[in-house]
Design a protein. Sequence first.
Length: 193
Amino acid sequence: MIVAVALPLVAEYGAAVTTSQIARAAGIGEATIFRAFKDKDELLDACVAEAVGTDHVLRELASISLDEPLPVRLTEAAEALRAHLERLGTVIGALHASGHRRGREAGAGPRDADGPPRDGRAESATVLRNAVVELIEPDRAAFRLSPEKVASAFLGLLFTRLQTPVAEADVSLTPDELIDVLLHGALHHPGST
């Protein structure tokens, strides 16, 4: 609960957010924060872990009805993934801009017991791809490629679109255009060149 309340404050103030501000927003005493976290840095690291985590976006993707037409499902998935990446970028960017360099940024990624750091990005990519596969699986027979490859193409197009600089926004695909190109290609008539 503390991390959920802290996230928007961290996104706004970065590492300059105070535990007093967080406690006020959570409706708790400041001492309660320090019963849950060793110090403010540990709380900020928990915020980074929450922002990087995929649980929220996976719940959003799982809530998309498989009864909807494929383009609708993919549009809803694109919006959920955009919101996830925006939140992640906002929190990490605010902390980085305000000088916070601990946690994931300092190389303290997730670990297995007594093992080396795991590749969190690769794990997240796999989990997200699998969630998209579940969304498109009902239409498996309509695809020329496996649902796994279609999901990878969808995520690749989406992530490239989200990384397009604002100055190039006029050439960036809208979500509807992205899904149309994914499902129907870029040619007027398939097979014509």
